[in-house]
Write a protein that binds this ligand. Structure first.
Ligand code: FE2
Ligand code: FE2
Length: 293
């Protein structure tokens, strides 16, 4: 069997055959229900948070951080909902629960916290860019951003052997591409993430965004959400860099090398969204403040 085909087979067998990846956190399914049905009662989410003391404590910590807190400290989840707003409480809960779901799995080949920072900021930025441009979005742009690079974690957890090979090849050739990932791991991180999220039963639109976030042109019917996600990914104030053996790895460079996405275009976007990028950097640090405790 060809090397890439063998690697792919192995990845798929591990993804579907082994019971060693986290399942979809209950809170995230509640958040999805809220996104899909605006009539959904926020009190249901409140009850779930209140019945989970570690989650409730983390939500309160974020609600009382400098960015969100008002004059009065949030003492209850009710107060936290007021401080964070409906969208905010959904984002904070999804962040806490998804990161915690993976906390029992060691990171082998890269700094996972740096990836989470990059991802939270991508989600917040995508959401705020959609609002600023008045682009209607069917999906939760925050969740799409939070999950867009989840494939890296899946690869790190179930295929560190193949990922290490790819990183070594990237180090030697001084370049990285999803093409290299496919040649050596049999799959790229975007497709790996999409397949993993399918196993979580996530809505198709979020899976599509994750699956194609490095290859917008491959989709016959371009989705505005996909361009938003791609831009937010490249503008995220936290870059995700893999540094095995001092390789500096910037998936964001892929965006800049795509036809039509010149450095100029990137700089223009950076200028246009400068304020959002600054705010999102602060918000991201606060949204992850519970990680240190
Ligand atoms: Fe990516
Ligand atoms: Fe990314």
């Amino acid at each position: 069997m060809h090397k890439a085909a063998y690697a792919r087979e192995t990845f798929l067998t591990r993804l579907y055959g082994l019971d060693n990846l986290p399942t979809l956190p209950l809170v995230v399914s509640q958040v999805l229900a809220i996104v899909q049905d605006p009539e959904f009662n926020i009190r249901d989410l409140q009850r779930v948070i209140e019945s989970d003391p570690p989650l409730a404590a983390k939500v309160l910590k974020v609600a009382n951080s400098a960015y969100y807190s008002r004059k009065n400290p949030a003492k209850s989840i009710d107060d936290a909902i007021v401080a964070l707003g409906m969208e905010g409480i959904c984002s904070v809960c999804s962040t806490i629960e998804i990161i915690s779901a993976f906390s029992g799995f060691d990171d082998w080949l890269f700094d996972r916290n740096q990836l989470w920072k990059h991802s939270v900021a991508t989600g917040l930025l995508a959401e705020s860019m959609a609002k600023r441009e008045g682009i209607p979005t069917k999906s939760s742009m925050f969740l799409a951003g939070l999950l867009h690079d989840i494939g890296w974690i899946v690869l790190d957890v179930i295929a560190p052997d193949f990922l290490a090979n790819a990183l070594w090849a990237g180090y030697q050739s001084r370049e990285w591409s999803t093409h290299l990932e496919r040649a050596l791991i049999g799959i790229d991180h975007a497709e790996a993430g999409g397949l993993f999220l399918k196993s979580w039963g996530l809505p198709d639109d979020i899976i599509t965004l994750v699956r194609w976030h490095h290859n917008t042109r491959a989709l016959p019917n371009a989705m505005p959400e996909l361009y938003l996600l791609e831009a937010a990914n490249s503008l995220s104030p936290f870059e995700f860099s893999l540094n095995p053996a001092q390789v500096s790895f910037h998936p964001e460079l892929l965006y800049r090398t795509m036809p039509g996405s010149t450095n100029d275009a990137h700089d223009e976007l950076k200028e246009r969204y400068a304020k959002d990028i600054e705010r999102v950097a602060e918000q991201t640090e606060e949204a992850l403040s519970w990680l240190d405790s």
